[in-house]
Design a protein around this ligand. Structure first.
Ligand code: CA
Length: 230
């Protein structure tokens, strides 16, 4: 069986070593350690890992920047990233999620908790068997053909405005991931600074209303944003 490959990006060697030891204990994971953002960006070039644990505070290139670069590259745009943050401020968490981290763990953390998060993120990231067509999403209630711009819930087609459609598309494409209002504004509305973040809430509200049982799959994550859950 092929081992799960995890890349640990952490400049504090003690912490990196403990994480590596914890993850490799079960025998089904191989964890590599690099101690700088620069080295991380190089290490993922040959063969992207299955998951990256990324410290926020790194010398030279910080974790946020590394995350942003990884997300912008086609080879690593979908590799799950768990961010380690020493700070407990909400803005750090939001920033991390904004640049595309899947989850975050605040230092000091328990190794057990981190290992559990790793398992959860890997589970979420598994592509569905037999559903390779990225343009069509087939969920329990929702079928959305993003190329044909056709959305149906429990077999009934649903009419959405262009904005609602784009919002749903972005939520579904990033399913199980928390998306901040700012990120949604940026990706769905463009860079229009005149739009208030509150209009995201209004559109999400309308979208939920139109989608019936699927509306409940769009969760509000208090203080952070929204998440489409499967
Ligand atoms: Ca560090």
């Amino acid at each position: 069986m092929q081992k799960t490959r995890v890349l640990i990006v952490e400049d504090e060697q003690d912490i990196a070593g403990l994480i590596k030891h914890t993850l490799e204990r079960g025998g089904d994971t191989r964890a590599d350690v690099v101690s700088s953002g620069d080295a991380a960006l190089k290490a993922v070039l040959d063969q992207p890992p299955d998951l990256i644990i990324l410290d926020l505070n790194l010398p030279v290139i910080g974790g946020l920047e590394v995350c942003r670069i990884l997300r912008a590259r086609p080879g690593t745009s979908r590799v799950p990233i768990i961010m380690l943050t020493a700070k407990t401020s909400e803005s750090d968490r939001v920033n991390g999620l904004d640049v595309g981290a899947d989850d975050y763990v605040t230092k000091p953390f328990s190794l057990r908790e981190l290992a559990a998060r790793v398992r959860a993120v890997l589970r979420r990231g598994k592509p569905e068997a037999g559903a390779p067509d990225a343009a069509v999403y087939r969920g329990k209630f929702l079928v959305a053909d993003f190329e044909a711009v056709a959305v149906s819930v429990e077999g009934q087609s649903v009419r959405l405005t262009r904005r609602e459609f784009e919002l749903l598309k972005y939520l579904v494409e990033n399913r199980n991931r928390v998306l901040s209002r700012d990120r949604l504004l940026e990706r769905v509305w463009g860079y229009d600074r005149l739009i208030e973040t509150r209009s995201v809430d209004v559109h999400v509200g309308r979208l939920r209303g139109k989608l019936g049982p699927v509306g409940r799959q769009i969760e509000t994550v208090v203080g952070l944003g929204y998440r489409f859950v499967e």
